[in-house]
Design a protein. Structure first.
Length: 262
């Protein structure tokens, strides 16, 4: 299927590895030019080179730094001549018990996983509407749909973003001008973050990492974890010209792990 977005420009946050990179690769294959961001400049440059090799026809502009900082957001947006597509993504806050978290830790989580994507949306959607095309995809978490007790910081911050998007996406001045805003909720994907979680659990439970991995996989109906490539492909479709009637939605991509009907 031709997604109809060749030649457009996308901003992809946290794009040097994992799900963000999967999205950047899928968009590059479709001929979308990219402005990409992550904290690690060296890794980001290598990712930019790989994306250019994947499709020599596209431009790739890397901007390193913490996307939570205003000056980094401004530099990233300045590196993108026209933002047609915005992929909001950021690392999640650490797990723990809410009894141990300080006010500052709550503020950091909300700033990184709610306010930062809102600031990027604010900076781009009105121009998208004026141009008659815009796609915003916020990579959040399956925990928004089925909260995980030890991920309270993430549950709270990402749920706040979800509630905000539910109202914004339905504003006629955006939706009627072909600007869609949706959330893509990953379940268990084979990323560095998931593998790090396995390592922590293995150390605490005196199991091997492979034992923990197999137990976790058995909890997913597909009996496997998702890949960054298939996540990116799904994200690319949500950014396509064919997805103009999809807005304000939370799309759960989790191999069937969520047991509910709705």
């Amino acid at each position: 299927m031709d997604l109809g977005i060749a030649g457009r420009w996308a901003v992809v946050c946290a794009a040097s590895k994992g799900l963000g990179r999967g999205c950047a690769e899928a968009l590059a294959k479709e001929g979308v030019n990219l402005a990409i961001n992550s904290r690690n400049a060296e890794v980001l440059e290598k990712t930019a080179d790989a994306l250019r090799a994947l499709n020599p026809a596209v431009q790739v502009h890397p901007v390193a730094g913490d996307i939570g900082r205003e000056e980094v957001r401004e530099a990233l947006l300045a590196a993108c001549p026209q933002v047609d597509i915005l992929i909001n993504n950021n690392g999640g806050p650490p797990p723990g018990d809410f009894r141990d978290w300080s006010r500052e830790e709550w503020i950091q989580a909300v700033d990184a996983n709610m306010i930062t994507p809102i600031e990027l949306i604010k900076a781009t959607v009105d121009r998208m509407a004026a141009n008659g095309f815009g796609r915003v995809v916020n990579i959040t978490s399956g925990a928004v749909k089925a909260p995980i007790d030890i991920l309270g910081l993430s549950n709270g911050a990402r749920s706040g973003l979800t509630g905000f998007v539910a109202g914004l996406a339905r504003q006629p001045q955006l939706a009627s001008h072909n600007v869609t805003i949706n959330n893509l909720l990953p379940g268990s994907f084979d990323t560095d973050r998931l593998r790090g979680n396995f390592k922590n659990v293995a150390e605490k439970s005196q199991q091997t990492i492979e034992q923990v991995r197999e137990q976790r996989a058995q909890g997913v109906p597909t009996r496997r974890f998702g890949t960054a490539e298939e996540f990116g492909a799904f994200c690319a479709f949500m950014c396509s010209e064919h997805a103009g009637y999809l807005t304000g939605q939370n799309i759960l991509l989790d191999g069937g792990a969520y047991p509910g009907t709705f």
